[in-house]
Ligand binder design. Sequence first.
Ligand code: HEM
Length: 417
Amino acid sequence: MSSDVEHVGLTNVDIQDNPFPYYKEQLSKCPVWHETDIDLYVIGGHEETRAALGDIATFSNKPSAGGRAANMDAIMAYQSVLKEKGWTHLPVLQRSDPPEHSRYRKLLNRVFTPAQVKAYVPQLEEIANSLIDSMVEKGKCEFVRDFALPLPGIFISTQLGLDPSQYPKFRRWAEAMLSLAQRSQITVEEAIIEANVEIEEQHFIAGEFEKRRANPGKDLISLLVNAHVNEEGEEPFTINELMTVLHALITGGFETTTGALSSAMLLLIEHPDQMEMLRNDRSLMGNFIEEVLRFDSPVQGLWRSVKCPVTLGGFDIPENKSAMVRFGAANRDPRVFENPDVFDITRANAKNHVAFGFGVHFCLGAALARQQMSTAFNLLLDRLIEVELAGPMELPIHEPSFFLRPMRELNLVVQGS
Ligand code: HEM
């Protein structure tokens, strides 16, 4: 533990790196608790998380003014840069409630359906194989940088119709867009730097929108730009709306899948018996993926605004407060998952996790993320006969983050078959 004795809750960076003992302790007392230093109500029980996700009248996705703003000055500074030089964030998709939510959701629902995702398999295999080729050639890799990032990065850039070699830039942009939410201690100066990174992205994307409006292709940006709000096809989405939808895809689909792929690899290395079992019986692949998502949920929690007073899990939550549904804690709830801290790819109810949320905001990219993970691990296990850590891992394993699990690095020694 660090000397940071004041922050003994979710803002503590050691707890962020390994939050599970903290969840265990909190859940043993109550499925809902209050983080006093930031005035945040955390919903950590599985049943309570599902109840809150299903009750959108009480737990709204629209951002609230209170609670989460430990860094209010930084938020204001970020917003004023966007206002002055680009486009401010609109409350769309993940930051909206029905009925407005459905306008944007409808636009994207048809893109990542399970059938559509199946059609992406050859492309995912091609990307994964070429990444594995270079790790086999070198006999080693830094798995996050050399596989977990480029696989979703190259894939989504190609789908959007952008230059796939530019994916590191996308990641930097996503990092900037998430910086206020990730870093509770961010300063005003740092926020201004991050806002300017987002401005660079906004102007690039606005240019791409204009090009595709004039000259549509078959890519996702063309689809978005030429979609219409109503059935009659009269009202196109504004640039500002489209930009925010695109941000949701970049921020929602990138770091999350990278985190899931990295955790999956580390978990297999830490549990060689499970790796062997999976290597020999690929029918376990689906359950392995669900168990990874349950055990080490890439999105640990997301915010809600409390619209009216409510009692949940016996705990009173006042109105006009910020709450967080803590998927990572719910997925370790011993009332649902027996021996929740054991990683077991044969766990019968692994798929009952809430790592993709639940209800109207259920992850739009869930089928895609699952496909990326299964394509990746089928090929990795086919092509690597040996895979182990290059040396002991340095702590902290993850970058500090209030709600995601970005692994810093994962150095491996590998041997191809
Ligand atoms: C393992 C990878 C992923 C995890 C763990 C994950 C997790 C989640 C969770 C927990 C939510 C619920 C948000 C809420 O209730 O407020 C969500 C929503 C969302 N996800 Fe994912 N996600 C992943 C991959 C993806 C991918 C690949 C994409 C797109 C390419 C994506 C796009 C979205 C979007 C747009 C939403 C908002 C949906 C809405 O509000 O209707 N996600 N995701």
